[in-house]
Write a protein that binds this ligand. Structure first.
Ligand SMILES: Cc1cc2nc3c(=O)[nH]c(=O)nc-3n(C[C@H](O)[C@H](O)[C@H](O)COP(=O)(O)OP(=O)(O)OC[C@H]3O[C@@H](n4cnc5c(N)ncnc54)[C@H](O)[C@@H]3O)c2cc1C
Length: 262
């Protein structure tokens, strides 16, 4: 099994703030490995243990993202690809996924490509499915577990709003992964951190990957951010201050009035 995991470094906060130009404010905010991606890495390493093979990780990001990639190596990944160039500045998700797909083609043949379901900063959930489309391979999102791999197919558990579905997908495929709520993340061991320093770390620039360079960076990004604003605050709703029996009666009446219940 040859597995590649796409990873992204993100600010360590869910309260992402932007300046007046719409550029993310990174000062004073620590950066971490996107938690969805750490889950994908840990799931890939579990598959490696079961089926053998190699786990590589790849990021398209400025140099400072090396700390997040290094963490993946310390957790047990074998090899890293870091694509970094000014030419990628201002990329939207389409340009990012295009450049990643070219780098993946150059890196070799992978049976499985794994990604986080979403990044906690951009949070679009675009990259996984877009990369799969550029590569012309199937993808499954909201993957909580790879149950088995057999006969060139993976059986995966994909989470739905009100349950889950089991999906059989032909390999090579891309899986966008979602950690279970109670997932316990592993901290890299000291020996893992030391070993990580001598693992292959491959740097590529824009010129190192073949493709249509007009699709890179801001020029290749059709998305235009016209305005950014927080969603309006939800009103507090009706507060019932009576004793609980009367409050329940009033709530039932209110729900019946709104035809939520009969
Ligand atoms: C108009 C526009 C301009 C932008 N300009 C910039 C800019 O100048 N600088 C900048 O840093 N960002 C910029 N961005 C944001 C950037 O495009 C996104 O951060 C990036 O494309 C990933 O999207 P996302 O965070 O929504 O990831 P999602 O699609 O939510 O991420 C899902 C998964 O995809 C993988 N993934 C995501 N991004 C990467 C990556 N870069 N490398 C490897 N794997 C990845 C991870 O596994 C992640 O869990 C811009 C976005 C737009 C729309």
């Amino acid at each position: 099994m040859n597995i590649l995991v796409l990873v992204k470094q993100v600010p360590d906060t869910s309260d992402v703030k932007f300046d007046e130009r719409g550029v993310m404010i990174r000062e004073g905010v620590q950066s971490i490995l996107n938690v969805f991606d750490q889950f994908a890495v840990e799931e890939a390493l579990r598959l490696k243990q079961k089926y053998g093979g190699e786990v590589s990780v790849m990021t398209l990001a400025p140099e400072q993202a090396k700390t997040a990639v290094q963490k993946c190596l310390a957790l047990g990944a074998d090899k890293a690809y870091h694509i970094s160039d000014r030419a990628f500045g201002g990329s939207d998700t389409l340009a990012t996924s295009y450049a990643l797909s070219l780098a993946i083609k150059k890196a070799g043949n992978f049976d499985l490509i794994m990604a986080g379901n979403q990044a906690t900063d951009g949070d679009t959930g675009h990259i996984g499915p877009q990369v799969a489309e550029w590569l012309g391979i199937p993808h499954v999102s909201y993957v909580e577990q790879v149950v088995s791999i057999d006969n060139g197919k993976a059986l995966v558990k994909s989470i739905l709003e009100d349950g889950y579905r089991m999906v059989e997908v032909e390999l090579p495929a891309l899986l966008a992964c979602l950690p279970p709520t109670n997932f316990e993340y592993t901290n890299p061991s000291m020996s893992g951190i030391i070993k990580a320093k001598s693992k292959p770390y491959i740097w590529w620039k824009a010129d190192d990957i073949d493709g249509d360079k007009s699709k890179f960076g801001l020029n290749g990004s059709p998305t235009r951010v016209l305005k950014m604003y927080p969603p309006p605050k939800r009103s507090r709703g009706t507060v019932f201050t009576e004793n609980y029996q009367d409050a329940v009666k009033k709530i039932v009446e209110a729900l019946m009035e709104k035809k939520v219940i009969e």
